[in-house]
Ligand binder design. Structure first.
Ligand code: SF4
Ligand code: MG
Length: 322
């Protein structure tokens, strides 16, 4: 079956005074209906810009400079403003890191769900309120009949994120994009929100694109994974292969940074150095300055090749050498 979402050679650039930054530079992946894909990488890897590009929410001086974003076979890059607005909130929904920024502080949370419903469906006030209560119940908000009349500031961070998920699911989207949905929340609440997303996926068959810096979360949540660095795909494939038998040195580093159960909250800095400024990306493999295996040929960008684990990796260790 054709993929629900098919991103092909996406290029999203930013014009700056010091030159063009290729925040996303040739990214491709597919998401099948009802499945889950994680995009993982450190901040500045281009993962959020990828999700914003899909939603056509990249703001100037950023712009989609090339590639295709096929949703059910139609290219979102060529959609009119109006078509994309109809699609957002109905077919594809985005949940951000900070629920407070996503909610309007002066409206009751229930009314914000009702607004989302009425923006895309012909549904009367009473029925919409009933549906809002039902959605609140579905996302695990206790006493939903009362909570719908609360203002956002009355709710905890975790409850607010449940509200934004309820809003996102109001119109039963085919694809739910979650961009670091738990980063702003404390650790116990993080686990609860991830459990919720997993449970919802089983119940409503929405495809999930999860953006995260935490490969441990991807391991628990996603069928497939794309590892990004410096705007490029370093490795991608089924999660079991990519995390069970990582082939790209960056994936190996990310996995080594997952805190072991005995050292909760502690993060090993397994990868030395930090992400270079996007204006100072080295030519060739962007991971070069931090890679323990770097060699002269790495000054030229390797292409994605099938590795022995079954994943695709962009690394000279896996290129066929002449
Ligand atoms: Fe390291 Fe070279 Fe592979 Fe890049 S291409 S990850 S620098 S070995
Ligand atoms: Mg981000």
């Amino acid at each position: 079956a054709p993929a629900l979402l098919s991103v092909r050679d996406l290029q999203t650039h930013f014009r700056t005074a010091s030159g063009t930054v290729k925040a996303v530079d040739g990214v491709s992946f597919d998401i099948q209906a009802g499945s889950s894909l994680g995009i993982v990488g450190e901040s500045g890897s281009g993962k959020s810009v990828t999700s914003l590009s899909i939603m056509r929410l990249v703001e100037p001086p950023g712009f989609v400079a090339g590639g295709r974003i096929l949703f059910k076979g139609r290219d979102l890059v060529s959609f009119s403003e109006r078509e994309i607005r109809d699609l957002r909130g109905r077919d594809i929904c985005l949940v951000f890191q900070d629920p407070m920024a996503a909610l309007n502080p002066v409206y009751k949370v229930g009314d914000q769900v009702i607004e989302a419903l009425q923006a895309h469906q012909d549904i009367g006030g009473r029925a919409a309120r009933e549906r809002a209560i039902e959605l609140f119940r579905m996302v695990g908000i206790p006493a939903p009949e009362r909570r719908v009349d609360d203002y956002p500031h009355k709710l905890s961070g975790g409850m607010r994120q449940r509200v934004t998920i309820a809003i996102a699911l109001a119109n039963e989207p085919d694809l739910l994009i979650l961009d670091e949905p738990t980063t702003a929340l404390d650790v116990t609440i993080q686990a609860q929100i991830l459990d919720l997303v997993r449970d919802l996926r089983r119940r409503i068959n929405t495809a999930v694109l999860l953006i995260t810096h935490d490969i441990g979360v991807v391991k628990e949540m996603c069928d497939e994974v794309v590892v990004m660095y410096g705007g490029r795909v370093m490795e991608r494939g089924p999660t079991a292969q990519v995390t069970g038998a990582p082939r790209h040195p960056y994936t190996v580093g990310l996995l080594a940074s997952i805190p072991s159960p005995g050292m909760k909250g502690q993060r090993l800095n397994a990868i030395g150095g930090s992400v270079p400024s996007p204006l100072r990306m080295p030519p060739g493999c962007p991971f070069q300055p931090r890679c323990p295996h770097a060699m002269p040929v790495c000054a030229t960008m390797p292409s994605l090749r099938r590795t022995d684990s079954g994943s695709l990796a962009a690394c000279w260790l896996y290129e066929e050498r002449a």
